[in-house]
Write a protein that binds this ligand. Structure first.
Ligand SMILES: [Zn+2]
Length: 115
């Protein structure tokens, strides 16, 4: 499963970060996930629950910040929400559009517990 390997990578990074700061635990993990990142929210949330088991982040609260994909039209400069990579501008029907945000897949913050 795609999401499980991503969740494992996230926990690896969190684990590394914890070691670097001699943390004794992790209180929260905040993730930024674009709606066009290819991530299935339910699958990722389930995968994270599995991935944290036995890790330093076992008791961490995981926050998912889903970012609605937005594209911009190169012709009329309007921005609009999109659910596809390639989208016709709803204002001028141009196909000359590009994605502004929505492909994010990153750890926004890790809250470590240190003594
Ligand atoms: Zn346009």
């Amino acid at each position: 499963m795609h999401e499980l390997s991503i969740a494992m990578q996230i926990i690896e990074i969190v684990d590394e970060e914890s070691k670097n700061h001699a943390a004794t635990g992790v209180s929260a993990i905040k993730l930024d996930i674009g709606t066009l990142s290819g991530i299935e929210p339910d699958a990722l949330e389930f995968a994270m629950e599995e991935a944290v088991k036995g890790s330093i982040a076992e008791l961490a609260k995981v926050y998912y910040n889903y970012i609605q994909a937005v594209a911009v039209c190169e012709e009329c400069c309007h921005e609009f929400e999109t659910h596809d990579y390639f989208k016709t501008c709803p204002f001028c029907n141009s196909l000359n559009t590009s994605l502004v945000k929505g492909k994010e897949l990153k750890i926004a913050a890790i809250d470590l517990i240190t003594n």
